[in-house]
Design a protein around this ligand. Structure first.
Ligand code: UDP
Ligand code: MG
Length: 337
C-alpha cells in the first residue's frame, strides 16, 4: 500500500466550530464498520492492513463487515476472517441494498463508544485511524475525511462531483462538505443522532452535516483500489445524487410557483403594452384578437403554475413530515443535567 504522509494533513485540519473542544480522557471501545459488495478479492488484504493498525493501538476494536448481498465469494471470505480473528463480525444483508443502507446496518449493529466507517477496497487508508481517534479524543464528535480534489480518479468524476456539491449547497439548507467521503469517525452520541433519523432515502454525508455537533475536516489523499472495479456504477451514483437533492432540498417544488409568478408578470406586461396602444389611440395597430388571446393564455398558464406550486409546497411539507427526522438534537444536558 502506498505510504501516506501525515504532517501534511495535520496542518490542513480545520474546525467548523467556534467552541474549543474538550479533550476526552477515557479509553473508548472502537467499532469499525465496513460495507462490502463483491470484494472477495480484497477483504483479506485490507483486513490485514487494518489489523496491523488496530494491533498497534491500545483501543478495544470490533470490526463489523456488512456484506451487502455480494454474489461472489465475499461471504466465505468474511466467514474465514471471523474464524481467524474473534473481533470480526459479519452481517449478511439479504440482497444488495446499496452502500448507504449497508453503512446504516453497520451503524445500527455497532455499540462502541466510537464508530469509524470506511470502505473495504483499501481506498481509505487505515493508517489514518490513529489520527481520526486522536481528533475524537481531542473532543470532536465527528471527524470527517475529505478527498483532496486533485485525487479524483477521472476528470468526469471530478467535474460531476464539483457540479453536484455546488448545486446541492445552492438549493439545500444543510451545508455539505465537498468531496466528503464515507470515511469518518463518530462518537456514540453522533451515531445515536443518525439512528434517530429513520428516513428511507439516506445520504449519510448530508445527514452528518444535518445533525450538527463538533465536526472537524481531515483532508486525505485516497489511494488506488487494491483490486476489482468500483461498485459505484453511473446508475448508483446518479441515484445517490438524486437522494441527496430530493431529501435535502424542497427547491425543485418551488419551480412551479416561480414559473407561475413569471407568467403572471408577463400577463401584466402584456396588459400595459396593450393599454399603451389604447392610450395613444393606436388600437388599429393591434392585430384583432391578439391581446385577449395572449392575456388569457398568460393568466390561465400563470394561475395553473401557481396552483401547482402550492400543491408542490404542501407535498414538500408532507415529505418533511414523513421523513420523521427529529425536530432537534441535544448536545448535552437532559437527564441528570
Ligand atoms: N458497496 C456496498 N454496496 C454497494 C456498492 C458498494 O456495500 O452497492 C461498498 C464497496 O464494497 C466498498 C464501498 O461500498 O467497500 C465503496 O464502494 P466503491 O469502492 O465501489 O466506490 P468508489 O470508491 O468507487 O466511490
Ligand atoms: Mg472505492
Amino acid at each position: 500500500m502506498p505510504r501516506v504522509r501525515y504532517g501534511h494533513f495535520l496542518r490542513m485540519v480545520k474546525s467548523l466550530d467556534e467552541q474549543k473542544p474538550m479533550p476526552r480522557k477515557f479509553k473508548p471501545s472502537v467499532d469499525i464498520v465496513i460495507p462490502v459488495y463483491n470484494e472477495a478479492g480484497v477483504v483479506e488484504q485490507t483486513f490485514a492492513g487494518l489489523r496491523a493498525v488496530a494491533d498497534s493501538l491500545s483501543y478495544e476494536f470490533t470490526f463489523y463487515y456488512v456484506n451487502d448481498g455480494s454474489q461472489d465469494g465475499t461471504s466465505d471470505s468474511l466467514a474465514a476472517l471471523a474464524k481467524t480473528d474473534h473481533r470480526v463480525r459479519a452481517i449478511e444483508l439479504s440482497r444488495n441494498f446499496g452502500h448507504q443502507a449497508a453503512l446504516t446496518a453497520g451503524l445500527d449493529a455497532s455499540s462502541g463508544d466510537i464508530v469509524i466507517t470506511m470502505d473495504a477496497d483499501g481506498q481509505h487508508p487505515p493508517e489514518m485511524i490513529p489520527q481520526l481517534l486522536d481528533l475524537v479524543r481531542q473532543g470532536y464528535d465527528i471527524v470527517q475525511t475529505q478527498r483532496l480534489d486533485d485525487a479524483q480518479p477521472t476528470s468526469f468524476k471530478k467535474w460531476t462531483s464539483g457540479l453536484f456539491y455546488r448545486l446541492i449547497n445552492l438549493i439545500s439548507g444543510t451545508h455539505m462538505i465537498p468531496g466528503a467521503a464515507d470515511f469518518r469517525a463518530l462518537t456514540r452520541q453522533a451515531v445515536d443522532a443518525l439512528k434517530a433519523m429513520p428516513e428511507y432515502h439516506r445520504f449519510l454525508r448530508g445527514m452528518i452535516s444535518w445533525i450538527g455537533f463538533r465536526i472537524v475536516i481531515l483532508p486525505y489523499q485516497p489511494v488506488e483500489r487494491i483490486s476489482g472495479r468500483s461498485k459505484y456504477t453511473l446508475g448508483k451514483m446518479t441515484r445517490l445524487a438524486l437522494d441527496a437533492i430530493f431529501s435535502f432540498s424542497l427547491a425543485p417544488l418551488y419551480i412551479g410557483l416561480s414559473m407561475g409568478a413569471v407568467l403572471l408578470f408577463l400577463a401584466l406586461l402584456e396588459m400595459i403594452y396593450v393599454l399603451s396602444f389604447w392610450v395613444t389611440g393606436r388600437t388599429s395597430n393591434l392585430a384583432p384578437g391578439w391581446s385577449s388571446l395572449m392575456f388569457v393564455i398568460l393568466i390561465v398558464g400563470g394561475m395553473l403554475m401557481v396552483l401547482l406550486g402550492f400543491i408542490g409546497v404542501y407535498v414538500g411539507y408532507i415529505f418533511q413530515e414523513v421523513k420523521r427526522r427529529p425536530v432537534y438534537v441535544i448536545k448535552n444536558g437532559g437527564k441528570n443535567g
